[in-house]
Design a binder for this molecule. Structure first.
Ligand code: PXP
Length: 244
């Protein structure tokens, strides 16, 4: 059964909508620490946050405080820039997932181009690993990206499931097949294989037909369901599906 990592960025999105620049206000809510511990109580085995260069949701203080309070695993997503890298090296998360990032995007679009950016990524991977941080890369389910990530000595990859999640019914099976082939290749390369982006309570079922996943990182669908059933129940519902 894949583990569940919950991405709580959108808890911070809701907070920032009202308390931008007012994080020390006594009324400030919802709290990322409370969200993380609710997820952990409900069976999540990791908490993921993305510290974006524009700080649109998660702030530096969230990450430092989460580091001290999380009892499972902190996975920090970051773009490969020196400013964010220095912060990661101070926070010392259990794992870093390197992602592509552009200011205009609504959410992470596409995977990291490891082939094209191998030189810059190599230095970052080395620095993170020297600090004892496990490194993952968020990549498209493509053979050349998997081989390039393995060549850089990264421990894990997270396969981008967005194309599968957004595919019309006629293309869904093709996208699943791409994920299946990529999962197999990455496993053969000795990588830990995670998946994420656009996974919800419906499309997760077919993904589970592919064996060998280590972890699913899921954010938007869980936080959305939490509005109606509460965060612990939303996480529990997903954990139940993963166990089926
Ligand atoms: N994995 C990565 C690398 C991401 O960038 C995101 C989105 O922030 C997720 C997983 C979670 O995606 P979603 O919010 O669609 O579940």
């Amino acid at each position: 059964m894949p583990k569940l990592g919950v991405n709580i960025d959108h808890v911070a999105t809701l907070r920032q909508a009202r308390y931008l620049g007012l994080l020390d206000s006594p009324n400030c809510e919802p709290h990322t620490l409370e969200a993380a511990s609710a997820c952990e109580r409900a069976g999540a085995e990791g908490i993921t946050v993305h510290l974006r260069a524009d700080r649109r949701h998660i702030q530096d203080q969230d990450v430092f405080r989460l580091r001290n309070s999380i009892i499972t695993k902190l996975n920090l997503e970051l773009g490969n820039t020196s400013e964010i890298l220095e912060t990661a090296l101070q926070v010392l998360p259990d794992e870093v997932c390197l992602v592509p990032e552009s200011r205009q995007e609504v959410t992470t679009e596409g995977g990291l181009d490891v082939v094209k950016n191998a030189k810059n990524l190599r230095k970052t991977v080395e620095r993170l690993q020297a600090a004892g941080i496990r490194v993952s890369m968020f990549i498209e389910p493509m053979g050349e990206q998997i081989v390039a990530a393995a060549d850089l000595g990264t421990e894990a990859v997270e396969l981008h499931t967005g194309a599968y999640a957004n595919a019309t019914p006629e293309f869904r099976e093709d996208e699943l097949e791409r994920l299946r082939a990529a999962q197999k290749l990455a496993t053969e390369k000795g990588l830990i294989v995670n998946a994420g982006h656009g996974i919800n309570y419906d499309n997760v079922r077919a993904l589970l037909g592919i064996k060998g996943w280590n972890e699913f990182n899921i954010g938007h669908s869980i936080v959305s369901r939490a509005l109606f059933v509460g965060l612990e129940n939303a996480v529990r519902d997903m954990v139940r599906l993963l166990k089926e």
